[in-house]
Ligand binder design. Structure first.
Ligand code: C2E
Ligand code: MG
Ligand code: MG
Length: 619
């Protein structure tokens, strides 16, 4: 006999699972017979499949509870026990509500849930429940209502999963987005948001508020010398101290780096009074941050620079307020640090200009906006022996910007390095051009060099590279240095100057007389020339003392065997005075203003400047 399952085709075409029972019967007369019993097992198959599904569901990672119509628990699975802490024996017979209710939801919540179940036979959502151990946890719950063919409730089946971890992840993400992980203070984003709210509340109550911008003095030095871990410790401690200086409603935020921002709300309706209140808090903060810190066992003394700006309602935007407080902080720094300053509109306007200029300056070189102007230098006969190159910036909207307006900026930002190199290269290319023509090949070009540019460790190499590239005679190049540059690191300066000098490059001491003007260092430096500052020349007639100074400088250079040139010579009187006292080289508007190269070339063709021959006129 044989027993097996297979699939048959019904007359109507559908496929039917069947069980076949086949029996061989041997009859008399040796006739063979088979008896086959075929049973339709469609129902049995379906039931089996359901059982399998149910078993899988019941075995799932999700908690499952089956109750009767009165919500009495009939069945729970393993996951239920794992999540809630209750064994099946403890759960069966009681209701989920009695067992798990956390008390976190009010009756309105449960009423809405039941209404939804009655209507849709299904509900899902987030629920806070309580584990057997008492801990409240969040779960994602879905409840199905099962009814019979008459519509009566037979069972409720609830499935839920523990979403504690997901919630924590969400919270972490929130914290990362709005809080500084190091200090736990609100970050820049949350600060903006809080400030916006504070402005709104200031408008509602017509009371002032204040933004305090706090920057730690010399923080970079601490970071550099003792490492970032110590720097971090200081920031954490500063955060803690700042919180003790303000009320709970006020915001202390970390703006980034060593910058903190405090927002004070609910100050006086009167501006003067509010300013006093804000300053009192700032003073408290300053005192607090002047207390020594103990960082990893050693004592550290720090101080803050604090900028304050007041606000009332929405007079200015959040961004603008932060900028103002920042400007005021910058003023506090400039005044010598460890200080408190209120926002001042005038300095702010100046800073705005500076910032926009700084942005534009980044493009000046790549966009070909820099120009070199040339101002001739003449001797006592009026012969042109050279020129000084003076930088100009052809700004797209501001026109020709003079160097004093952007060179300090270029120094601060480091842009002076590529710019200075460009000036040197361009000047040397000009010398190269001049060398080709007998009428100009004797000319010398003076180039101003910035402190930061000169201090680069490879400055000498930069110059020698340019010499090599252009192939010019190095004696045609003269570098103008200033006293402060030279004195900054005198030994290194001398070494560099000597290296360049041995190549043949010349040196002039620019603006002489405005700095230390000490004879001692003049003797140490391998200089060729001293340039009398234009302030002395300008006032030769009006300030009697200046005549003495000029004579002294001239005498000094004579004794040291140096050449002397006067800059800023505007009148014949000035020129004659200088000449009489032994200065035979001049530069100034009297002979020519700084001009573009094309203009210069026309004067060069005449070689002599008509005005500059007073001696001959006299003669
Ligand atoms: P400086 O090197 O002392 O240049 C002399 C300044 O005096 C120039 O101003 C020039 O135009 C001006 N000047 C010349 N003759 C007269 C005169 O008779 N009367 C008056 N009132 N002024 C006269 P400028 O071109 O505005 O340059 C100012 C300063 O900018 C320069 O002072 C120099 O320190 C700096 N500078 C200019 N070009 C460069 C450069 O390429 N690199 C660096 N690092 N600094 C530069
Ligand atoms: Mg100069
Ligand atoms: Mg000068």
């Amino acid at each position: 006999s044989l027993n097996f399952e297979t699939v048959h085709q019904h007359k109507n075409g559908t496929r039917v699972p069947v069980e076949i029972f086949l029996q061989y019967i041997a009859t008399q007369g040796n006739q063979s017979r088979f008896v086959a019993i075929v049973r339709d097992i469609t129902e049995r198959k379906r039931a089996e499949a359901e059982l399998r599904i149910a078993a899988i569901a019941f075995d799932s990672r999700e908690g499952v509870v089956v109750t009767d119509a009165q919500q009495a628990i009939l069945k729970v699975n393993q996951a239920f026990t794992r999540i809630t802490g209750y064994a099946a024996t403890e759960a069966i017979g009681t209701t989920p509500g009695r067992l798990l209710k956390s008390g976190r939801h009010d009756s309105v919540f449960y009423k809405a849930m039941w209404e939804c179940l009655q209507r849709d036979k299904f509900w899902q959502g987030e629920v806070w429940n309580r584990r057997k151990c008492g801990v409240i946890y969040p779960e994602w719950l879905s409840i199905s209502m099962l009814t019979n063919e008459h519509g009566d409730v037979v069972n409720y089946v609830a499935m839920f999963s523990d979403i504690t971890e997901k919630k924590q992840a969400e919270e972490t993400i929130y914290n990362l987005a709005f809080y500084d992980p190091l200090t736990d203070l609100p970050n820049r984003r949350l600060l903006q948001d809080r400030l916006q709210h504070t402005l709104a509340s200031s408008a509602r109550h017509q009371r002032h508020g204040a933004v305090l911008f706090i920057d730690l003095d010399n923080f970079k030095a601490l970071n550099d010398t003792r490492g970032h871990d110590i720097g971090d410790m200081l920031l954490i401690e500063v955060a803690t101290r700042l919180k003790t200086c303000v009320r709970t409603d006020d915001t202390v935020a970390r703006q980034g780096g060593d910058e903190f921002v405090v927002v004070l709300s609910d100050l006086s309706a009167k501006a003067g009074q509010a300013a006093v209140q804000a300053e009192t808090v700032a003073e408290k903060i300053r005192a607090e941050l002047n207390q020594p810190f103990t960082l990893s066992g050693t004592e550290y003394h720090g101080s803050p620079s604090i900028g304050i700006t007041l606000f009332l309602a929405h007079e200015v935007s959040v961004d603008e307020l932060l900028k103002r407080a920042d400007t005021a902080m910058y003023q506090a720094k400039r005044s010598g640090r460890n200080a408190i300053r209120f926002f001042d509109p005038e300095t702010h306007a100046a800073m705005e200009v500076r910032i926009s200029l700084e942005t534009d300056l980044r493009y000046a070189l790549p966009k070909n906006q820099l120009r070199l102007y040339y101002q001739i230098q003449v001797d006592h006969k009026g012969d042109i022996f050279g020129a000084e190159v003076l930088l100009r910036w052809q700004h797209p909207s501001k026109g020709l910007v003079p160097p004093l307006q952007f060179i300090p900026l270029a120094e601060d930002t480091g842009l002076i390095l590529p710019i200075g190199l460009w000036v040197l290269e361009t000047a040397c290319k000009q010398i190269q051009e001049w060398e080709k023509d007998p009428r100009t090949q004797h000319l010398q070009l003076a180039v101003n060099v910035s402190a930061r540019q000169f201090r680069q460790s490879d400055f000498v190499k930069q110059v020698s590279n340019i010499m090599e590239k252009t192939g010019i005679d190095p004696r045609r190049l003269k570098l103008e240095l200033t006293e402060s540059l030279v004195l900054d690191n005198i030994n290194q300066t001398i070494a560099k100057m000597q290296a360049l000098k041995s190549m043949g490059v010349g040196f002039s001491m620019d603006d002489f007389g405005t700095g230390y003007s000490s004879l001692a260092y003049l003797t140490l430096l391998p200089l060729d020339q001293v340039k009398i500052d234009q302030s002395f020349v300008r006032n030769l007639g009006s300030k009697p003392g200046n005549a003495v100074i000029v004579q002294t400088i001239i005498g000094m250079t004579k004794n040291l065997g140096l050449n002397v040139i006067a800059e800023g010579v505007e009148t014949l009187e000035q020129r004659d005075f200088l000449e009489q006292h032994g200065c035979h080289h001049f530069q100034g508007y009297l002979f020519g203003k700084p001009v573009p190269i094309e203009v210069l070339e026309t004067s060069l063709l005449q070689n002599r400047t008509g005005i500059a021959l007073p001696n001959q006129k006299k003669a």
